[in-house]
Design a protein around this ligand. Structure first.
Ligand SMILES: Nc1ncnc2c1ncn2[C@@H]1O[C@H](COP(=O)(O)OP(=O)(O)OP(=O)(O)O)[C@@H](O)[C@H]1O
Length: 345
């Protein structure tokens, strides 16, 4: 797997660890309750994110990735009960009234989703959609907002931005629409951009271009980025830190190069091991691991990965704590892999 970039960026870890975190999530929990049934979608998630860094949250479908970030933005249905803490620039988001939260949503914190075709207004020229986003968050006149919209289209590397400004979403390709969505998100000059499977529906070449763009913007604007993805290859190539989620909880977390070079958790190892070596060069979707993730409404006792884990023993009926076992490297497992095992795998 290509981790050159991760290795390079990891070198700056100690330097950036001096910077105060922009986002500090502690023991975040989300529970959906309906007719007496409780679904624990997020179970005690904690992480810190500094400006100018990209954190990837990866895991199989249903592991709680999207719910965890949507809960920060107040984008969950009323059946969701959110607890714990998420401090953005020192301000607590959990429990903040929606009216107040709206000031952050789309402004300081912006989100880009998987499906730009659905997120864009089909009846409105793309330039006007960006102009509106700019004016919604800053006090500029229409002419200045239009200039800024063209600048943003140029920033997201859309060819012929003046011409594209006047086009409708259906006149653009999927990759171009995703660039427009990013331009809209950037219109408010967010300090945190959350990309939720934002490149999943794109072909591999366009996906790489969009990711390069995000990386460039992150560095130039000192923006923090959370990348939600099924795609381990994508995480390895672009993010500086990775959290692997399983059954609503973080099961392994480390700087990217550390995680991929010293995999500890059997679940992460299974995810990596199931990717054929040749395909690791390309960005591949998460492979299928035998068995199913557990029902979040009826979690097994102990480690939630136990029923699918080749290393499981009696001890795993007790839940392993998620702890920092090596500097900067966290995992939740009684039987972590060693470097020797990794080398012979
Ligand atoms: N509105 C809801 N009501 C009840 N349960 C929900 C609701 N939304 C999500 N969930 C539960 O939360 C779990 C986690 O969902 P989430 O969308 O965060 O997973 P994910 O890891 O992002 O997966 P995917 O990539 O498929 O979106 C789901 O398995 C589902 O059981």
């Amino acid at each position: 797997m290509s981790i050159d970039r991760a290795t390079r960026t990891q070198e700056s870890t100690s330097e950036s660890s001096e910077t105060a975190p922009l986002l500090e999530v502690s023991d975040l929990r989300v529970r959906f309750s309906r007719r007496g049934r409780h679904v624990h979608a997020v179970n005690g998630l904690s992480y810190r994110l500094r400006p100018g860094r990209m954190l990837a949250i990866v895991g199989e479908s249903g592991s709680g990735k999207s719910v965890s970030v949507r809960s920060l933005m107040g984008l969950l249905p009323p059946t969701a009960q959110v607890s714990g803490s998420a401090r953005f620039d020192g301000v607590e988001l959990v429990g903040m009234p929606d009216k107040q939260l709206r000031r952050y949503r789309g402004a300081d914190i912006a989100m880009v989703f998987q499906d730009p075709a659905r997120s864009l207004n089909p009846t409105m020229r793309v330039g006007n959609q960006i102009t509106e986003a700019i004016r919604a968050h800053s006090d500029v006149d229409r002419a200045r907002a239009r200039e800024r919209a063209v600048e943003l289209l140029r920033l997201v590397r859309l060819a012929a931005p003046e011409q594209r400004f006047h086009e409708y979403p259906h006149q653009l390709s999927g990759g171009m629409r995703q660039r427009v969505m990013i331009a809209i998100a950037l219109g408010a000059e967010p300090r945190l951009l959350i990309a939720d499977e934002a490149t999943t529906s794109l072909d591999v070449t366009t996906q790489a271009q969009i990711m390069e763009l995000l990386l460039d913007l992150q560095e130039r604007l000192n923006m923090a980025v959370i990348l939600i993805s099924h795609d381990l290859g994508l995480a390895a190539s672009y993010a500086q830190d990775v959290i692997v989620m399983y059954a609503g909880r973080a099961v392994e977390r480390a700087a990217t190069a550390d995680l991929f070079e010293h995999v500890r958790m059997p679940y992460t190892r299974a995810l990596l091991g199931a990717i054929p070596v040749l395909e690791r060069q390309a960005h591949t979707l998460l492979p299928v691991i035998p068995g199913q993730p557990p029902d979040l409404g009826a979690l097994p006792q102990g480690c939630p990965f136990r029923p699918r884990c080749s290393e499981a023993t009696e001890r795993c009926s007790e839940e392993p704590p998620f702890a920092e076992h090596e500097p900067g490297h966290w995992w939740a497992c009684w039987h972590p892999a060693t470097d020797q095992e990794e080398a012979s795998a």
